[in-house]
Design a protein around this ligand. Structure first.
Ligand code: GLA
Length: 386
């Protein structure tokens, strides 16, 4: 049995003095290209990664009880409302709330959680927690839920119980990831397609900058508003435009001075990212990793200049990674404003040399310590059959 599953079952047993009834596992995810395009109906290349979160659940009478390998406390909750003190329980509580609201026959539960997804590293441990909770509760209370519906319910949980107005990227990647594949997701149609990495010997290095900007969450929500207002400008001119997805680079060029400078830059980023994702698919098919890597650097540059969701620490990490032989490309990944970068590396590099190169130069330049996680694409979330 997988060690993480064994650990979560043991944690459940030792905390609640009985065996768990059901168990589910969900991976973390990394956004490879297509920054801030999900809520603009754009295209994203992402991957589930080989770091997981596991939940074990059992029925409870009328309270919700939580234990976690990452937190010392045992939390008992009687009312399903967003928690302040034990905010980590909100992801599972939020999913429970929305399952119930959608008419699924859920009832109170006990839950144990273990994880190898670094928290706060921009690897969506929260989406993994939501999705694993939804799958485990379905198994516990004997119902099947369509994965796309579960993704939507989990996103609602994130909006209402955790306060982040995120798109669907995280939940989709966690649910539909495939081993040794990237996932191309179209957020207009919600279709997704695995893109094979066979014959492309790469490894991901996800680097935590050690910096989270205090305003990260509200800045994320502000960017979303700015994108929506840019889309409105275009749809007033042309009713066929519903979102920035409908604005091609030509239309954007014509907008020129009429559009507020900041809205223009936000639109440039989103539209540029959608074009970069399209170009990336072709380059990956041609096995052109250098060309693919350049798109990652281009994405980061656009974050810095247009979307303004980078920061000096992330810029520094990207620059240092780019100086490493064997690095194809590097960029900030996820929301930005601090957080993490993704570097795509040749899998034959010596990992410890890369780690030393990055950590030494980063500490010299910024005074911060970074943490590096190597990862490869993994399969999506699943119920553990026992
Ligand atoms: C965060 C959000 C996602 C997406 C990315 C940016 O990870 O949760 O929905 O918007 O930022 O691409």
């Amino acid at each position: 049995m997988d060690k993480l599953v064994a650990d979560v079952e043991e944690l459940y047993r030792s905390s609640f003095a009985c065996a768990a009834q059901c168990c589910a596992r969900a991976p973390g995810r990394v956004e490879v290209l297509g920054n801030h395009t999900d809520y603009n109906e754009g295209l994203v290349l992402s991957a589930a990664i080989d770091r997981h979160l596991c939940v074990a659940v059992g029925r409870s009478d009328n309270t919700f009880e939580f234990v976690s390998g990452s937190f010392p406390e045992r939390v008992v909750i009687s009312e399903v409302v967003p928690q302040k003190e034990y905010a980590w329980t909100n992801y599972a509580l939020g999913v429970y709330h929305w399952l119930k609201a959608a008419g699924y026959p859920v009832a109170p539960f006990r839950m144990a959680v273990t994880s190898t997804i670094p928290q706060g590293a921009g690897l969506s441990s929260s989406a993994a927690f939501e999705v694993a909770s939804g799958l485990a509760l379905g198994d516990l209370y004997g119902f099947k839920i369509d994965k796309q519906e579960l993704a939507h319910l989990c996103r609602k949980a994130e909006h209402t119980f955790a306060g982040a107005n995120c798109g669907l990227l995280d939940q989709y990647s966690v649910l539909f990831g495939k081993q040794q594949h990237l996932l191309l997701i179209d957020f207009r149609t919600l279709d997704y397609r695995p893109i094979s990495l066979a014959g492309l010997d790469i490894v991901f290095a996800i680097t935590e900058s050690g910096v989270t900007h205090r305003l990260g969450e509200s800045a994320y929500n502000d960017r979303r508003i700015e994108c929506e207002s840019a889309a409105r400008y275009f749809s007033e001119k042309d009713p066929a435009v519903h979102s920035l997805r409908d604005v091609n680079p030509g239309k954007l060029h014509q907008a020129g001075d009429e559009l507020q400078a900041s809205a223009l830059k936000r639109a440039q980023h989103v539209i540029g990212e959608i074009e970069r994702v399209k170009a990336a698919i072709e380059l990956l098919e041609q096995k052109d990793l250098r060309g693919f890597g350049k798109l990652l650097y281009g994405s980061h540059e656009s974050s810095l200049v247009n979307f303004e969701n980078s920061c000096p620490e992330l810029d520094s990490l990207v620059r240092i990674a780019s100086q490493f032989e064997g690095a194809y490309g590097s960029r900030l990944t996820g929301g930005g404003f601090g957080g993490a970068t993704l570097s795509v590396l040749d899998c034959t590099i010596e990992k410890h040399t890369f780690v030393r190169h990055l950590t030494d130069a980063y500490a010299r330049e910024t005074g911060h310590t970074c943490a590096i996680h190597f990862a490869t694409p993994a399969g999506g979330a699943e119920i553990i059959e026992r």
